[in-house]
Ligand binder design. Structure first.
Ligand code: BV8
Ligand code: ZN
Length: 252
């Protein structure tokens, strides 16, 4: 179902007059790259239950199983390329200040498309940390080996267990990232793109933006629990509609 022209024109007009735009992205922006989403028909949570794999309890119970899942996801993502949605956001941000991207994604595709300084709420598939937070180890370290050299990987400093540096259910988000997202929600236009908006506190930044008077837009082929709370819902895939919006905003 094509998006109505006047809805698009309304969003472009708002973007044109905005001094600050914030975009919150979810797995839907990576779908066109071939990265499975979580809750879609072919989603990751279809074959694995989140509580069985994405919690500290699951890791404590069976670190090898959890690492096999993450190694499989790392291999899957390594074979994917950023798509038009990632490229448009990176090019838009590179034009100058005014655009902030907050992501729930851990696949690193925004960064691979050249987006710098993205606010990453749930960590990264490509970073590890020490399960026992040993004193010698940094907060986290980069490891892009595909496949992993050993499962489960060891902390290079204490040689104990390493864990994926992602935020699991029941774990607190990094307070620094939350503070940056908090500040970014105080914007003129807030767009929530490619997320089912069921995971908190990430999904809550839309309401914070609304409370501060932002014009809010949802980009998603499907309806979500926040669709009724946004000013305009563009029922379309991110990789096409972002291109249309930014072409309207920055006619070359
Ligand atoms: C916290 C791990 C507190 C990394 C993820 C009971 C017990 C414990 C906690 C809770 C509880 N009840 C509620 C909670 C809070 C919980 C929560 O929100 N649960 C929900 C599920 C009910 N949240 C937490 O636990 C958070 N922490 O609250 O801590 C605390 C405070 C202090 C001290 C201690 C604790 C932590 C949340 C982070 C969880 N980690 N993943 C990993 O391995 O990936 S969440 C997981 O879901 C991913 O990270 C992902 O980012 C996130 C959201 O999913 P989406 O990105 O939205 O993906 P999804 O598949 O759902 O949707 C895709 C969408 O795209 C769809 O709408 C689809 O239509 C659309 N789409 C498809 N194609 C396209 C498209 N859109 C556009 N274009 C397309 N082409
Ligand atoms: Zn260690």
């Amino acid at each position: 179902m094509p998006v109505e022209r006047d809805a698009l024109d309304q969003v472009v007009a708002r973007l044109r007059s905005a001094k600050s735009v914030t975009v919150l992205t979810g797995a839907g922006v990576s779908a066109a790259s071939g990265v499975p989403t979580f809750r879609g028909p072919e989603g990751l949570w279809r074959s694995f239950k989140p509580e069985d794999l994405a919690t500290p309890q699951a890791f404590r119970r069976d670190p090898e199983l959890v690492w096999e899942w993450y190694d499989w996801r790392r291999q899957r993502v390594a074979a994917c390329l950023p798509n038009r949605a990632h490229e448009v956001l990176a090019a838009w941000a590179a034009r100058g200040p005014g655009l902030t991207v907050i992501t729930q994604n851990v696949d690193g595709l925004h960064e691979r498309a050249g987006l710098v300084d993205v606010i990453r709420l749930h960590g990264s598939l490509w970073e590890l940390s020490c399960w026992s937070h040993c004193r010698q180890s940094p907060e986290s370290w980069r490891d892009e080996s595909v496949p992993l050299v050993q499962i489960p990987p060891a902390c290079p400093w204490c040689h104990g267990l390493a864990r994926p540096a992602v935020v699991w259910f029941g774990e607190a988000l990094d307070p620094g990232q939350v503070a940056r997202a908090d500040a970014a929600a105080r914007c003129d236009v807030f767009m929530v793109v490619g997320t089912s908006s069921v995971v908190y506190p990430a999904a809550g930044f839309l309401d914070l933006a609304r409370a501060h008077g932002a014009f809010t837009v949802e980009i998603n082929p499907d309806e979500t629990p926040v669709t009724s709370r946004v000013d305009v819902a563009l029922r379309a895939p991110a990789e096409t509609i972002l291109d249309t919006l930014v072409t309207g905003l920055h006619p070359s």
